[in-house]
Design a protein around this ligand. Structure first.
Ligand code: MF3
Ligand code: CO
Ligand code: CO
Length: 269
């Protein structure tokens, strides 16, 4: 251990210690397992309130805490964002139809550590364009993660994501970003999913943050509905998102919220 750990950088980013990775790993794994568990319930006819009730029960059963219930007045254990909803969809009476795509985002607190992750799910059979959107969004997240190592910058992450998404003629949402986390839900820095290579703070071992790109089939602009939470695409085009919580290591990063049950799971060895 050295004096570089346990400090705050000039950009306000906390540098965690080696022992803190275990706390994040435990929290990240619980969040990922809850997404694994809800997967079989996602099908045409289910409501988003039913999915959220199941997630609430899973949180309770595991003896952990939901980070979103009570957060700025939010009252649910998940955000469920269907089709043109970009993020922060509120679970409710919406009945899933064949061909719907949805993001389920869960954040839990385990022994004080925050695990924040989201994935896309499909109700029934998807049109090819929805399937492509989901594949491109997941690959964009993984390319952002591949840019994470000490000495690279946050701009390198955003650049990798934006370049891949735009090469596939889709767009990156600018209005929401990833964030530092750890013993808090949202901390510096704002992790942008677009940008210039080499810009932004330099990545250092011990930084914990999320990467959570939102990708639209149409234009990037969003608006927030009258409920003050639900963000939608202005042009009503389909939107997708994936989110992992990660920690910067000496050689790259550890993904705290990876699950072998995720359909995109792969190893890099
Ligand atoms: N989990 C979301 C994120 O990725 C935040 C949800 S806040 C809520 O940062 F209140 F809408 F749940
Ligand atoms: Co997040
Ligand atoms: Co989240």
């Amino acid at each position: 251990m050295n004096e570089l750990r346990g400090r705050i950088t000039k950009d306000g980013i906390r540098i965690y210690e080696d022992a803190d990775f275990a706390g994040m790993r435990a929290a990240g794994q619980v969040a990922a397992e809850i997404l694994d568990a809800v997967a079989p319930l996602v099908k045409p006819g289910a409501t988003t309130a039913e999915l959220d009730a199941f997630i609430t029960a899973e949180v309770t059963r595991r003896g952990v805490i939901s980070a979103t219930i009570g957060y700025k007045g939010y009252q649910h254990a998940s955000c469920i964002s269907v089709n043109h909803v970009v993020c922060h969809g509120i679970p409710g009476g919406k009945v899933l139809a064949d061909g719907d795509i949805l993001n389920i985002d869960v954040t839990v607190i385990v022994d004080g550590w925050y695990g924040d992750t989201s994935r896309m799910f499909a109700a029934g059979t998807l049109p090819r364009k929805a399937e492509r959107l989901i594949e491109v969004t997941h690959e964009a997240l993984m390319r952002g993660i591949a840019a994470v190592k000490p000495g690279n910058t946050f701009g390198d992450i955003g650049f990798a994501i934006q370049a891949y998404v735009e090469a596939n003629r889709m767009s990156v949402v600018r209005d929401f970003c990833g964030h530092g986390l750890g013993r808090v839900f949202h901390a510096p820095p704002n992790v942008l999913h677009y940008g210039r290579a080499g810009s932004g703070p330099v990545l250092e071992e011990g930084m914990f943050f999320t990467i959570e790109p939102m990708v639209n089939l149409g234009r990037p602009e969003t608006k927030v509905l009258a409920d003050d939470w639900t963000a939608v695409t202005r042009d009503k085009s389909l939107s997708a998102q994936y989110e992992h919580s990660i920690g910067v290591t000496a050689t790259g990063c550890e993904i705290f919220t990876l699950s072998p049950a995720d359909k995109f799971f792969r190893t890099w060895e």
